[in-house]
Design a protein. Structure first.
Length: 205
């Protein structure tokens, strides 16, 4: 794996796949130490694509699952077999890249490998994992007009992990804390959303 690979280079490498889709597990294996960043990037794809169902229902659990593994200091994302075999459409990757070309270009210009302890130190991994776990759970809640907000902040986490940029990760942490404070102003909506999800889950049993 090339240590100088950028987020844009990662996208281009995925888009060069001759196949219409690539199994998620195969993608993660190909990107070794950047696999968590790639996993997070794939997880937030639905937040930026028009879907008939709520994107948070798809992205939220995947982001939380990624965060839980970082919180437990996993070295590489573990996926159940059915998720390893889940295809990632190269067309969706290209569409996401085109839609996010401007913010990705801006992030890439200011991101580079630095402050490695913020990426690799166990305490830093635990903090990043805790953030992603909480942000994934919040993204799962059916709160209107939050997909792009959460998705944009999570994109910064993904870029920090892919670029191995500790400074960008500190910015991501700061924005994460800001989102928690913002959710405090919408406490009633958050509580209502939690009850809605709890009632839905209870109806399954």
């Amino acid at each position: 794996m090339d240590d100088a690979l950028t987020t844009r280079g990662l996208f281009e490498r995925m888009a060069r796949e001759s196949r219409e889709s690539v199994p998620l597990g195969e993608l993660l294996d190909a990107f070794s130490e950047r696999a968590f960043g790639l996993f997070l990037l794939v997880a937030i794809l639905p937040a930026f694509l028009p879907l008939p169902a709520g994107a948070g229902v798809i992205s939220g659990p995947l982001v939380a699952f990624c965060g839980l593994q970082l919180l437990l200091l996993a070295e590489h994302p573990w996926l159940p077999r059915w998720l390893q075999q889940r295809p990632v459409a190269t067309a969706n990757i290209e569409r996401f890249q085109q839609r996010m070309a401007r913010p990705l270009g801006w992030l890439e210009r200011i991101s580079r490998p630095r402050w490695p302890a913020v990426i690799d130190h166990p305490a830093a991994k635990i903090l990043t994992g805790a953030h992603l776990l909480l942000l994934g759970l919040l993204l799962l809640l059916p709160i209107p007009l939050t997909n792009y907000v959460f998705g944009s902040v999570l994109l910064i986490y993904a870029v920090a992990l892919i670029e191995r940029d500790g400074l960008t990760m500190v910015v991501a942490w700061t924005l994460g804390f800001a989102l928690y404070a913002l959710m405090g102003f919408y406490a009633d909506e958050v509580v209502t959303a939690i009850r809605t999800v709890a009632d839905t889950v209870a109806g399954w049993f």
